[in-house]
Design a protein around this ligand. Structure first.
Ligand SMILES: [Mg+2]
Length: 179
């Protein structure tokens, strides 16, 4: 029998990389050049990996389904992300609404698919994100949710286990509970 590993599931935009905020609403980067890591992310991912967590990015990219962003642009951003954070084990992407019935956050499909592929223990895992969809997705997948609150003009639906103000703080919370 394979031993199941715990994971930290990571939202992408606003959690790992910088977003532009206009009128209280966050917008995602469209090119690899625009794709920049937030402070503390590379170090935080290294610390989580050292503590024994698998790292899985789970990201909705609905602009691809809408035809305003090319899949190749997303792939270029993810190549950059993997180069900057080599500790990442897997990147799950949901491009469109059809797929979204099961995989688009707040649905838990991306987390469940990664758990099946990597033999992950959801009961010992975490979800980190900056939007209500991340919190709800984590709760639906049966993992603990850490919400990074940037004060967007948006209400949460489900409540997270923890609320923090930065990625570094999210890592601190996780490592203090599951060292
Ligand atoms: Mg986000």
């Amino acid at each position: 029998m394979t031993a199941l590993r715990p994971a930290v599931f990571l939202d992408r935009d606003g959690t790992l990389n910088v977003q532009t905020v206009r009128n209280g609403k966050p917008y995602s980067p469209a090119t690899a050049e625009e794709f920049q890591l937030l402070p503390g992310v590379a170090e935080g991912c290294r610390a989580l990996k050292t503590a024994g967590f698998a790292l899985v990015v789970a990201t909705n990219q609905p602009d691809v389904g809408r035809g305003v962003l090319a899949p190749a642009a997303v792939e270029a951003m993810h190549a950059k992300l993997r180069a900057l954070v080599p500790e990442i084990d897997r990147i799950e992407v949901c491009y469109d609404r059809e797929d979204g019935a099961r995989r688009r956050k707040p649905e838990p499909g991306m987390l469940l698919d990664a758990a099946a592929a990597l033999d992950l223990d959801l009961g010992r895992s975490w979800m980190v994100g900056d939007r209500w969809r991340d919190v709800d997705c984590g709760r639906r997948a049966g993992v603990r949710a850490v919400f990074i609150d940037f004060g967007y003009a948006e209400e949460l639906k489900a409540q997270p286990e923890f609320k923090v103000r930065s990625f570094a703080e999210a890592v601190e919370v996780i490592l203090s509970r599951d060292p």
